[in-house]
Design a protein around this ligand. Structure first.
Ligand SMILES: N[C@@H](CCC(=O)N[C@@H](CS)C(=O)NCC(=O)O)C(=O)O
Length: 209
């Protein structure tokens, strides 16, 4: 098995931390996005979407998105469960993951990719080039700021994002909070639930990766 990673990018970290929480040791191939290695001929053969993460299975099957990699890992290595154990836990994790992805993660990407100099002409990842739209950068920043409030409320008094169990929702929420720093947006003192939860989950070994 081979895991195509990029140590500086948030999406592959969602799988890297998941692998660590499962206690797995998988051969890793570093793809240097800063050097545009994803656009080169070699990586195009691996993933025509030109994105990481990718998980290549022993039979050669390639899983080309975070969701696909984690679905396969969860089904193949069910313990510890990271997508919820009972039907209701699974549904609650799915709910959290949707909001963290759409309202959190994609909002940071919108803010960053539409403003960063290094992403001129690359406002979206993938095989097609898109120009930046400055208004979208501003909207992304607003959405990220709002999502800090939403995440604080989502966590509430619970120990973890989806309930009293650690899950992929904690992985993604932590990566969202750290990704938001790229826009210089951080939780404030008013986000007491978020700050308490962040201190707890940041101490886990997987969070150091
Ligand atoms: N939805 C995809 C998105 C993956 C994605 O956007 N990865 C980024 C790194 S965070 C990437 O490969 N970007 C390449 C680029 O910007 O050209 C997934 O979750 O796998």
């Amino acid at each position: 098995m081979k895991f195509y990673d990029c140590s500086t990018a948030p999406s592959p970290r969602r799988v890297r931390m998941f692998i660590a929480e499962k206690g797995l040791d998988i051969e890793t191939v570093e793809v240097d996005l800063r050097e545009k290695e994803q656009m080169g001929d070699a990586f195009r053969q691996v993933n025509p979407n030109l994105t990481v993460p990718v998980l290549e299975l022993d039979d050669g099957t390639r899983l080309l998105t975070t969701d696909a990699c984690r679905a396969w890992l969860e089904a193949t290595y069910p313990n510890p469960p990271l997508m919820g154990a009972s039907p209701v836990e699974k549904a609650e994790v799915a709910d959290c993951l949707y909001h963290i992805s759409v309202d959190g993660f994609l909002a940071v990407a919108e803010g960053l990719r539409n403003s960063a100099k290094g992403m001129i002409g690359r406002a979206l990842p993938g095989p097609h080039n898109f120009e930046q739209i400055p208004d979208l950068a501003e909207r992304g920043r607003q959405r990220v700021t709002l999502f800090m409030d939403t995440l604080d409320a989502m966590i509430g008094a619970k120990p973890f994002v989806a309930g009293d169990f650690y899950s992929a929702a904690d992985i993604d929420a932590l990566i969202f909070v750290e990704f938001a720093k790229w826009l210089k947006i951080e939780p404030g003192e008013q986000h007491a639930n978020l700050n308490r939860w962040r201190a707890d989950v940041s101490a886990r070994p997987s969070a150091q990766l």
